[in-house]
Write a protein that binds this ligand. Structure first.
Ligand SMILES: C[S@@+](CC[C@H](N)C(=O)[O-])C[C@H]1O[C@@H](n2cnc3c(N)ncnc32)[C@H](O)[C@@H]1O
Length: 214
């Protein structure tokens, strides 16, 4: 998927600036492409890595693991930190565990194989950064809000709350399906939340980045 609204020429130019990928990330990108697994791309992965690194985040929470691609970028941004990540599909969770191990993060990545919302309700832990990558999957705006609140409750001041697909390929302008309605709701919720300062970065399908106020 290219960044929303970018011409082919500009996207090609950006692609040429990407440093050579390491074998694990390259394999995961190829598999995702072949099997139609929705993962972030190299550009967004690099942004997640940098945001985590700049924030000095060590304890990362992720909703939506898939096969571990974004998780590896997030973990690489931490200085010896850890990742707790939710994936409801057993086959993907198992693949993610193997991929984290191959990337050298076997001991630092905890893949919880369950529904992220009910799982988070039981999870008594604090985090420095959270990446939500399943806004599309929620059944309603109410569940979207519940998930967002559960993440925010677990972040301290200075923490990062990030979410993917903030533009839904432009569908957020006139949301017709539940996926786009969830994302539009989330964007509004973040923008108006008194505890958050935020921006949507138009990279790939849009990354919402918010910081918990001091
Ligand atoms: C967009 S993919 C995640 C991609 C991954 N973050 C990456 O970029 O490498 C979303 C994942 O969330 C999982 N998922 C969907 N609904 C879920 C839920 N309620 N709880 C946990 N996982 C869920 C899907 O099976 C899918 O693998």
């Amino acid at each position: 998927m290219r960044t929303v609204g970018l011409t082919d020429e500009v996207q090609d130019y950006l692609n040429r600036l990407v440093p050579p990928r390491d074998p694990v990330l390259a394999r995961l990108e190829d598999e995702a492409h072949r099997e139609d697994i929705p993962i972030v791309d190299t550009h967004e992965g690099a942004l997640l890595y940098l945001l985590v690194k700049i924030a000095g985040a060590k304890r990362i929470l992720e909703l939506g693991t898939a096969t571990g691609y974004s998780g590896i970028w997030l973990l690489r941004g931490t200085n010896g930190g850890s990742l707790t990540t939710f994936e409801v599909t057993r086959e993907r969770a198992e693949r993610a565990r193997k991929n984290f191990a191959e990337a050298g993060f076997g001991e630092r990545a905890l893949v919880l194989e369950e529904n992220a919302v009910t799982g988070l309700e039981k999870l008594d832990a604090r985090f420095d950064a959270c990446f939500i990558d399943l806004l599309n999957a929620f059944r309603s705006e109410e569940i979207t809000q519940r998930a967002a609140e559960l993440c925010l409750e677990r972040l301290d001041p200075g923490g990062l709350l990030m979410a993917d697909n903030a533009l839904r390929q432009g569908e957020v302008l006139k949301p017709k399906n539940q996926q786009a309605k969830n994302v539009a709701f989330y964007n509004d919720w973040v923008a108006k939340h008194p505890r958050l300062e935020s921006v949507v970065i138009p990279i790939r399908d849009g990354l919402s980045v918010a910081r918990v106020r001091d």
